[in-house]
Ligand binder design. Structure first.
Ligand code: LLP
Length: 459
């Protein structure tokens, strides 16, 4: 399932040595195992086979075109949260009719374009959104397929910044209001087609209990809506957690399953939810993101300096919070291992820190890690989900490259951004130019920086 392991003393992704990839593509570098992604999708499909679900891959976890194409080839649908994501699915060869569109702030433009393209359903987050969609669909003489996103007010027991299913969160419509709302839609909203119902309680959920609790709460409501409005589907959202710890058992393919027997595997998840969902006789949708790609990706970084102070050892690497923001944003844990296995023979306590001018740019604190030196490579494990998609150019840093491995082959999914392209959409207003620069621009040879900006693709 997990295909990063040491062979001949050096870390491999499937059959390719990480050091060979780094020699060609440089660092920081995201590397993905195709086999892991494929097996994760298959494993979910097999575990949930009795439900014959539509797996809508949540592309916010990793929206690389190549990975979207792989998922599309395997027949998945997609969970998108913007027109940008929807168009990217289409660009990758995915079927927009298998897309669910979530998000609290859908714009007129996004709704119009999605209706024209044809999607499976909008997951509605508020009544004003429903009114807007109804109006736009009317203008287009279409019926907009929708599901209301129910906020079941169940605490998923995960990090507060990735909890979504309680009344403290901005998401969904309160459980108690749903019944009346569907009846209102059926009678008042002429351009809406009630297709289903949806919930999503949070991310990185490592136990079945929150899923079970929220599904149990939802079942009577879902039955009622099925009987009254003939709804077609119930989406239980995403959120299946993955293990972020224990990568140090080198060579083991099992570490990703997590410490202890009680960590939720897809099989345990399936075992807990199938009996609740099967009797509904509805199409079941899931929106997993992290589970599919999280442990299929790593971020490789080069040690620039080892800085020793009387208090601490700082291992300063060339990847920063702009490349992988999860530790800074959620204090999240990523296993950190060296590319060369023998470096594990000696360890020391260190903070692994990046180049960004923020103290939050810290991947771990006072952790026992391999005793690395300048020029060694370190790997941040489990970086396939919410790594690259959350990367940015902070501190003038180009977005890293991405490589995918398939058995003994490897290729780029994305080239390393050049420094110059980081300011490609910027310009300098004429009134800020120096006199001689103005003269130059009056000669009819505009400075590169004063080239007109491309029209906003938004409206
Ligand atoms: N469906 C909806 C409506 C969502 O909002 C999300 C994630 C998913 C599905 C997929 O959840 P997953 O299966 O990946 O847990 N950046 C954070 C995670 C944010 C999740 C946002 N919503 C992190 O790095 O942990």
């Amino acid at each position: 399932m997990h295909d990063f392991y040491y062979k001949n003393g050096t870390l491999h992704c499937e059959e390719v040595a990480v050091e060979d990839l780094v020699a060609q593509a440089g660092t920081p570098l995201y590397i993905y195992s195709q086999k892991t992604i494929v097996e994760n999708i298959r494993r979910l499909e097999i575990a949930l086979a009795p439900l014959d679900p539509l797996i809508c891959y949540a592309i916010k976890a990793n929206s690389s075109l190549g990975i979207l194409h792989l998922a599309a080839k395997m027949g998945t649908g997609f969970d998108v949260v913007s027109l940008g994501e929807l168009l990217k699915v289409r660009q990758a060869g995915g079927d927009t009719h298998k897309c669910v569109f979530a998000g609290v702030a859908k714009t007129i433009h996004e709704i119009t374009e999605s209706l024209k393209l044809g999607i499976y359903a909008f997951n509605i987050e508020s009544i004003p959104e429903l009114e807007r969609i109804n109006e736009i669909a009317g203008n287009l003489k279409l019926k907009a397929p929708i599901a209301i996103r129910v906020n079941p007010n169940v605490d998923a027991g995960t990090h507060s910044k990735i909890t979504t299913g309680t009344y403290k969160n901005k998401f969904g419509i309160a459980f108690e209001e749903i019944s009346d709302l569907y009846s209102r839609i059926a009678s008042e909203f002429q351009n809406i087609y009630i297709r289903g119902i949806q919930m999503h309680i949070g991310s990185q959920i490592t136990q079945p209990t929150p899923f079970v609790q929220s599904i149990q709460k939802m079942v009577p409501l879902v039955e009622k809506l099925r009987d009254l409005y003939n709804i077609e589907f119930f989406s239980i959202g995403g959120g299946i957690g993955i293990a972020y710890q224990d990568a140090l058992q080198s060579g083991s393919h099992e570490w990703w399953q997590g410490k202890g027997a009680d960590f939720m595997s897809p099989e345990k998840f399936a075992q807990a939810i199938i009996p609740l969902l099967q009797p509904l006789g509805l199409k079941i949708l899931l929106e997993p993101g992290r589970f599919i790609v999280g442990n299929a990706g790593i971020l490789v970084t080069e040690v620039q300096y080892v800085k020793q102070t009387p208090q601490k050892n700082f291992v300063v690497v060339d990847a920063g919070m702009n490349d992988l923001i999860r530790p800074a944003l959620y204090d999240s844990y990523h296993e950190i291992i060296p590319v060369e296995e023998d470096l594990l023979q000696e360890t020391f306590k260190a903070d692994v820190v990046g180049p960004i001018c923020e103290s939050a740019d810290t991947f771990c604190q006072d952790r026992e890690i391999a005793k690395v030196e300048q020029g060694d490579y370190l790997v941040l494990m489990s970086a396939g989900a919410y790594g690259m998609t959350m990367a940015c150019n902070y501190n003038g840093r180009p977005i890293p490259a991405e490589v995918i491995v398939n058995h003994d082959k490897a290729d780029y999914l994305r080239l390393r951004e050049s420094i110059q392209t980081t300011w490609r959409y910027e310009g300098i207003p004429e009134w800020l130019l120096f006199e001689d620069e103005k003269k130059q621009s009056q000669t009819g040879q505009p400075l590169p920086v004063t080239e007109p900006l491309p029209e906003s693709p938004q409206e």
